[in-house]
Design a binder for this molecule. Structure first.
Ligand SMILES: Cc1cc2nc3c(=O)[nH]c(=O)nc-3n(C[C@H](O)[C@H](O)[C@H](O)COP(=O)(O)OP(=O)(O)OC[C@H]3O[C@@H](n4cnc5c(N)ncnc54)[C@H](O)[C@@H]3O)c2cc1C
Ligand code: FES
Length: 264
């Protein structure tokens, strides 16, 4: 059941050029959120009539909720000015997250700020002793590879790719991912894919899940307005078990969907 919590900004630090970590004292939300769910933030410096902005949860622990965001437009520019000690209204938990189980090696695949829900997932999987996650992360340049030190501190193996070759493999993150898939299949080791990032990456990962017959969990990044299922702004076509195609709303039926259910 979603609540609207008046949270207090605990810290607001840079996370790389154009990116920031926003940590909120939010005991009620922190106790309820699961990886892959999102929150809808009322940006304080925007006018009262402005819409909320959706963000994945980077971490929820010890009464705090952390977000990792990119400054892309009016809402995130206003969010950028929020100072520690100020209050921020946050609605959540919203949507369906990732399963917190995994049969085999958890392969986490992120692009840019798409690593946000994967950090929370990695932390929960490790705490529950479920597999040893490997993170595959891609970006245009090394400046888009976020929170790598935090993943490493958790004990997650990190494999990187950048379009310009400034860090890791030069090219798409699917290159190191494909190498790992070949290796795992040669060893007959099962795996599951969990992904969040730009549409092209989501589709590429979903195709690899369906192509290998392994489970894939895809977090869709659709433009959202209400965040609670009322406006139909966030439609994604999905297949029903009887083969019919259904207009799912990412905010309530997702944002995480099974790879095999998505219609691209
Ligand atoms: C479920 C979900 C989780 C998200 N998690 C995160 C997160 O963890 N960190 C983060 O930085 N952002 C995240 N986003 C995206 C974030 O909500 C948008 O970047 C933000 O709302 C933009 O607001 P704005 O007013 O600054 O930009 P606007 O002025 O509204 O838009 C600026 C530009 O960004 C584009 N844009 C806006 N929203 C999206 C979107 N959802 N996807 C792709 N392009 C968009 C616009 O088309 C425009 O080109 C998430 C979105 C969803 C739906
Ligand atoms: S954002 Fe309104 S229905 Fe999903």
């Amino acid at each position: 059941m979603a609540i609207n919590e008046i949270t207090r900004v605990a810290s607001h630090e840079p996370a790389g050029p154009g990116y920031r970590f926003l940590v909120l004292d939010a005991p009620q939300l922190a106790a309820q959120l699961v990886p892959g769910q999102f929150v809808h933030v009322k940006v304080p410096a925007l006018e009262a009539s402005a819409l909320r902005r959706p963000f994945s949860v980077f971490d929820a622990d010890n009464g705090q909720v952390a977000l990792l965001y990119k400054n892309v437009g009016r809402g995130t520019a206003a969010l950028n000015t929020v100072q520690p000690g100020e209050t921020v209204e946050v609605m959540g938990p919203l949507g369906h997250g990732f399963p917190e189980t995994c049969k085999g090696v958890p392969l986490l695949v992120g692009g840019g700020y798409g690593v946000a829900p994967l950090y929370f997932l990695a932390k929960r999987l490790l705490a529950a002793g479920i597999g040893k996650p490997i993170l595959f992360v891609g970006g245009r340049t090394k400046d888009d590879l976020l929170a790598l030190d935090r993943f490493a501190a958790l004990g997650v193996e990190v494999r990187t790719a950048t379009n310009d070759g400034s860090e890791g493999v030069k090219g798409f993150v699917t290159e190191p991912l494909d190498d790992a898939l070949i290796e795992l299949r040669q060893k007959d080791e099962p795996f599951e894919l969990f992904t969040c990032g730009p549409d092209g990456l989501l589709k590429a990962v979903a195709m690899r899940a369906t192509g290998t017959g392994m489970p894939g969990w895809i977090s869709m990044d659709r433009h959202m307005v209400c965040g609670v299922g009322a406006c139909f702004a966030c439609i994604q076509k999905v297949k029903l078990p009887n083969g019919d195609v259904f207009n799912a709303r990412c905010c309530v039926n997702g944002p995480v969907f099974k790879a095999e259910d998505l219609v691209w």
